[in-house]
Design a protein around this ligand. Structure first.
Ligand SMILES: Cc1cc2nc3c(=O)[nH]c(=O)nc-3n(C[C@H](O)[C@H](O)[C@H](O)COP(=O)(O)OP(=O)(O)OC[C@H]3O[C@@H](n4cnc5c(N)ncnc54)[C@H](O)[C@@H]3O)c2cc1C
Length: 61
């Protein structure tokens, strides 16, 4: 809550992944300025998007 800057973490350096098999969502993906109250919404959007991607991958099998 003390940081007012938006900060995004990446799992890639110079376009190359530093880890595979890991998906960062919600606060693990980024922290946002708390005065705008976006954290929960962002996390829920990420969760729904990830659910959709996983569902698609499972139905392709
Ligand atoms: C004081 C405060 C007020 C806030 N007010 C708002 C607001 O009004 N509106 C808003 O949109 N956002 C608000 N936020 C931000 C919001 O709470 C977060 O952005 C949101 O909760 C992030 O969800 P998350 O699931 O990514 O992480 P979290 O909610 O932090 O969930 C992570 C979970 O993982 C668990 N965990 C951690 N390590 C492990 C482990 N090794 N094994 C298993 N489980 C583990 C933790 O116990 C936790 O339950 C507020 C944050 C704070 C601190």
């Amino acid at each position: 809550m003390s940081g007012l800057n938006d900060r995004r973490r990446t799992l890639a350096v110079d376009g190359e992944p530093v880890v595979t098999g890991l998906v960062a969502i919600g606060d693990a993906w980024a922290s946002t300025n708390p005065s705008l109250g976006r954290g929960s919404t962002m996390g829920l959007i990420h969760a729904c998007l990830l659910r959709g991607v996983l569902r698609q991958a499972m139905t392709r099998r």
